[in-house]
Design a protein around this ligand. Structure first.
Ligand SMILES: NC(=O)c1ccc[n+]([C@@H]2O[C@H](COP(=O)([O-])OP(=O)(O)OC[C@H]3O[C@@H](n4cnc5c(N)ncnc54)[C@H](OP(=O)(O)O)[C@@H]3O)[C@@H](O)[C@H]2O)c1
Length: 258
């Protein structure tokens, strides 16, 4: 299988590349800027992938996250490649807690809106594509949330997510890539934890002083309301071989570092 990973220089992309077999190209923004449909199309023509996984995004750049996803879907369709598009729990506001694959997006941030727009574009252009929504990605020190814990600071007790281990997520995405499945899939960890609990678990795993992890609330930081976004991955887990472990399990002392 010839695999093209967009966002291949990122935390998830590097793990996908590590697991993707002998015919992988991991592309970053230097290989093709997703904002430019011509660059995207010519990269896809050059690589001739069987599968494209789009794990590229830029938090504050609609043109990358939303327009870029549309450019990738168009290139995938015109080259006959299968597409796995990585989306986010940020498409949900956190007002209703548990969200399964049937829940329509209700974003509360510009980033969430861009991810929701990307989903709409991908679904319209390439109905056979897999749209894989995930939650906080936890891996080694280079993953965003782990780096934040190492830097120290305040972590919210009223901000709840279902973190996933980067290796479980990459394995699940590659399983979905070779499946016949299409549409929205939730690929998050089994445990719902607050950012504060997650930060303490990461600090414990990495041998940091857990007392440097400070508890706070969104309200205390001047943000509106709690953000309780629990991605329910039950339906997707039922069709996967890989087990989407919960954070309390993959960050337990018994599971080792990584
Ligand atoms: N990290 C999380 O906790 C989290 C949570 C939920 C969902 N997600 C989703 O998971 C996916 C992967 O996240 P990640 O944490 O692995 O991301 P990341 O480490 O920040 O990597 C982002 C990737 O996007 C690429 N990129 C940025 N701008 C680009 C452009 N203009 N053209 C082409 N590529 C561009 C970057 O390439 P260069 O470095 O070469 O510029 C990099 O490879 C994303 O879809 C994200 O929305 C992440």
């Amino acid at each position: 299988m010839r695999l093209l990973i967009l966002g291949g220089t990122g935390g998830l992309g590097r793990e996908l590349a590590r697991r993707g077999g002998p015919h992988v190209m991991a592309a970053g923004s230097r290989d093709a800027d997703l904002r430019d449909p011509v660059q995207v199309r010519s990269l896809v023509r050059r690589v001739r992938p069987d599968v494209i996984v789009n794990a590229a995004y830029r938090q504050d750049d609609w043109a990358v996250t939303a327009d870029g996803a549309a450019h990738v879907a168009l290139a995938a369709v015109s080259s006959g490649a299968r597409l796995v598009h990585v989306s986010s729990d940020a498409v949900f506001s956190g007002a209703s807690g548990r969200y399964d694959e049937s829940c329509p997006p209700v974003p509360a941030t510009m980033y969430g809106a861009a991810k929701a727009a990307a989903e709409t574009a991908v679904r319209a252009v390439d109905p056979g594509a897999v749209i894989a929504r995930t939650s906080l990605i936890v891996g080694g020190p280079q993953t965003v949330i782990v780096a934040r814990v190492h830097a120290g600071g305040v972590f919210f007790t009223d901000d709840v997510r279902c973190p996933v281990h980067v290796s479980d997520l990459a394995a699940a995405l590659l399983e979905l890539a070779v499946s016949g499945r299409a549409g929205v899939h939730h690929v998050a960890g089994a445990d719902a934890v607050s950012r504060y609990e997650l930060a303490r678990l990461i600090a414990g795993r990495d041998g940091l002083d857990v007392s440097t992890v400070t508890a706070g609330t969104r309200a205390g930081a001047g943000l509106t309301g709690a953000a309780d976004v629990r991605l329910d991955s039950t339906a997707t887990q039922a069709v996967l071989n890989v087990v989407l472990r919960g954070a309390r399990s993959f960050l337990s002392p018994a599971s080792g570092r990584g």
